[in-house]
Design a protein around this ligand. Structure first.
Ligand code: 5GP
Length: 189
């Protein structure tokens, strides 16, 4: 059992049959030794794939993406969910439905930060129904960059994200795979 699986079992809370709360170590409080190990595990898996950049989605993807980027020594690009006064007008955009927040947002990345020679690893905190992953892949397609893989700290394998990415031949690596959250019990694959 790796550290992510251990933390999910010990500190994760099944809020319902669908939603896992991991605020204690990933979504609100970030435990540094844990995040360092997340980076090491992702980097170990993807180290021979010649990754040039990591793409993540604000905000909970940033910490695991950064921890992995430190190990692979590559930049991190953060896909934004909101625009502000400093936002570029030259962006790749994709509409994404958020399962946990129950709303649709516009994911965007400044066109300057993705170039056709890039080999992208996408990292996020969760892989659930795969909508965030599909949005990030859509943005990579618009930028004509290669998606080398997708790393999820936690995958809820009973939802359809994994299957969607498998069907697209994306190399998915999840550090913990949750099989079920039924009856408030966290079961791993
Ligand atoms: P998807 O687009 O794959 O359905 O969901 C991915 C995003 O939704 C993740 O970036 C994550 O922030 C959030 N998410 C989905 N399911 C869960 C969950 O069970 N717990 C938490 N904390 N976040 C989730």
């Amino acid at each position: 059992m790796n550290l992510v699986e251990k933390m999910v079992l010990e500190q994760g809370i099944a809020l319902s049959n669908d939603v896992l709360k991991v605020d204690a170590f990933l979504n609100q409080q970030i435990q540094l030794s844990f995040m360092k190990e997340v980076g090491r595990l992702f980097a170990d898996y993807f180290k021979d794939k010649v990754i040039t950049k990591i793409l993540t989605i604000e905000s909970s993807g940033i910490a695991p993406a950064y921890a992995t980027a430190l190990q692979l020594d590559v930049p991190v690009v953060i896909a934004k969910k909101k625009t502000c006064l400093t936002s570029s007008s030259n962006t790749y955009q994709s509409k994404v439905y958020s399962f946990t927040k129950q709303y649709t947002y516009n994911m965007s990345v400044d066109q300057d930060f993705l170039s056709p020679t890039d080999r992208i690893l996408i990292i996020d905190d969760f892989l659930a129904n795969g909508q965030a992953a599909l949005g990030a892949i859509d943005i990579c397609d618009q930028a004509q960059v290669n998606v080398i893989g997708f790393g999820a700290v936690i995958e809820k394998s009973f939802q359809k994200g994994r299957q969607l990415l498998d069907e697209m031949d994306i190399d998915v690596y999840s550090l913990a795979r949750v099989q079920s959250l039924e009856n408030q019990q966290i079961q791993l694959l």
